[in-house]
Design a protein around this ligand. Sequence first.
Ligand SMILES: [Fe+2]
Ligand SMILES: [Fe+2]
Length: 246
Amino acid sequence: MKKTSLFKVSIATFSVVLFMSFTSTVQAKNDPTQEEIAITEAVKIYPLNSAEHMNSAEKQANALTYKNMQEAFKGETTASAKYAAYSKKAEEEGYHEIALMFKATSTSESIHANNHKVVLQAGSQTVPTVTPEFTVKSTLENLKDALAGETYEITTMYPEFIDNSVAAGNQSATISLTYALKTEKKHKALYENAIAALENNKVNKSVASVYFVCPVCGNTYANATPENCEISGTPSVLFKKIETLQ
Ligand SMILES: [Fe+2]
Ligand SMILES: [Fe+2]
C-alpha cells in the first residue's frame, strides 16, 4: 500500500474511533443505569415490577431488599443524630474543626436517611420510627466509634445490601445504597485523618474548617470541591457549605 493510502486509512480509522467514542459518551450520559440522578427522580424512572409479575425468588429478594432499606434507614438516622451530638462535644472540648467535620457528616447521613426513605415510600413500605441510641464519650473515643461504624458499613453492610438489591432488580434501592457506600468511604478517611491529628495535637493545622455536602448523594468534601460531585455528578454550586456551627 502506498504511503498516501495508508494515511487515508489511518484518518478513516481515527474518525470512526472518534465517532464511536463520541456516541458512547452520549449514550453513557443518557444511560438510565448511571448513578447521576436524584433518588426522587430514580423512583419515577424505575417503576417497580408489580408483585403479580414477579416469580417467588424475585418476591423474596425484593422483601429482603426492603428489610435492608429499613435497617439502613435506621442506621443513617442514628448516625446523623450521633454525629450531631459528637459535633457538640468536640466544640465543648475545643476542637472546632472536628465539630465542623461532624456537622458535615451528620448532614450527609441525613441525606442518606432521606434517600432510603424515598425508596421505601415509593415501594409502599413502612418507614420505621427511629429513636437514636448512642453514648457520647470523649472526642477521641467518638471519632473511633464513628470510624468503626463507617468501616462496618463499607466492608459488610452496604456491600451485602447492594448484592441483595441487584438480585431483586430494585434499581432505586441500588442507587441509594451505592450513594451511601461511596460516601462512607469519604467519611472513613475524614475520621482517620482527624484521629491522627488529635493524637498528634495538630487538629487546627490538619483538620479542615470548611466542608461541602452534596445534596443528592451526601458526598462530603473538605476544603474544596470539584466542579461536579464525583459520585452523583451534581454541580458543586448546589452543595451545602458548612463553615459555622449555626
Ligand atoms: Fe451514611
Ligand atoms: Fe458516614
